[in-house]
Design a binder for this molecule. Structure first.
Ligand code: ACO
Length: 187
């Protein structure tokens, strides 16, 4: 098996295998996220993830080594009378990360492409829809990554984080024109 150090010197554009999240690999995702993010995600985060539609999560493997992952959820606002406002549905990228030795080789882009595909082919919204996320202020690599994929900073949220510094984050979004013609199983 290739070690991370060897992988970092390999030529870029690694062959990435994106796999669904399952009860079998969720423990590996928990380890990966604890390495990648300053925020500790709760057990409920992982329980909900396994129960969610499979396409909302992808684990990235290079030569059978877990090197990155993305976790999303659907956000549906409420109308004034409390009903789901389907037209306002968005896709929220909760986490997207790649282990440092495997960065700048296209793994993050492959995970992000999967997210955009989910939205483009979403059965739950037709028209313009947003995929969005929060980037901690100071995380310039992540900001540049998302901006390179057409995302724009829409807002700065002051004191968004309670336990980490800096506490502010940017709300970063991409408006996507969806067709709403297909079902998740067909993506
Ligand atoms: N050769 C040379 N450069 C390349 C190649 C290649 N084959 N492929 C991609 N690149 C470049 C891209 O152009 C990109 O440049 P840019 O950022 O200046 O636009 C850069 O490498 C990164 O692109 P990828 O390789 O596709 O992405 P990567 O695998 O490095 O992942 C990520 C990016 C996820 C932001 C990574 O830096 C990371 O995991 N950071 C730590 C965790 C993190 O902060 N995640 C985001 C927090 S916000 C959230 O989770 C919602």
């Amino acid at each position: 098996m290739e070690s991370p150090a060897e992988a970092s010197t390999a030529s870029p554009s690694l062959p990435v295998d994106l796999r669904p999240l399952t009860a079998e690999n969720v423990a590996a995702l928990r380890c990966l996220n604890s390495t990648l993010f300053p925020v500790a995600y709760t057990e409920k985060f992982y329980t909900d993830a396994v129960a969610a539609p499979a396409l909302f999560h992808r684990l990235a493997y290079v030569c059978d080594v877990l090197v990155g992952a993305v976790c999303c959820r659907r956000e549906v606002p409420r109308t004034a009378d409390g009903a789901d406002d389907i037209c306002g549905a968005k896709l929220y990228i909760m986490t997207l990360g790649v282990l440092a030795p495997y960065r700048e080789c296209g793994v993050g882009s492959a995970l992000l492409r999967h997210v955009i595909d989910v939205l483009l082919l979403s059965p739950w919204v037709e028209g313009t829809c947003e995929v969005f996320l929060h980037v901690q202020v100071g995380n310039d690599d992540a900001l540049s990554f998302y901006q390179g994929h057409g995302f724009v900073v829409k807002q700065r949220l002051v004191d968004y984080y309670r336990k980490i510094q800096p506490a502010d984050c940017f709300y970063v979004g991409l408006d996507v024109v969806t067709t709403g013609l297909r079902q998740f199983g067909e993506v």
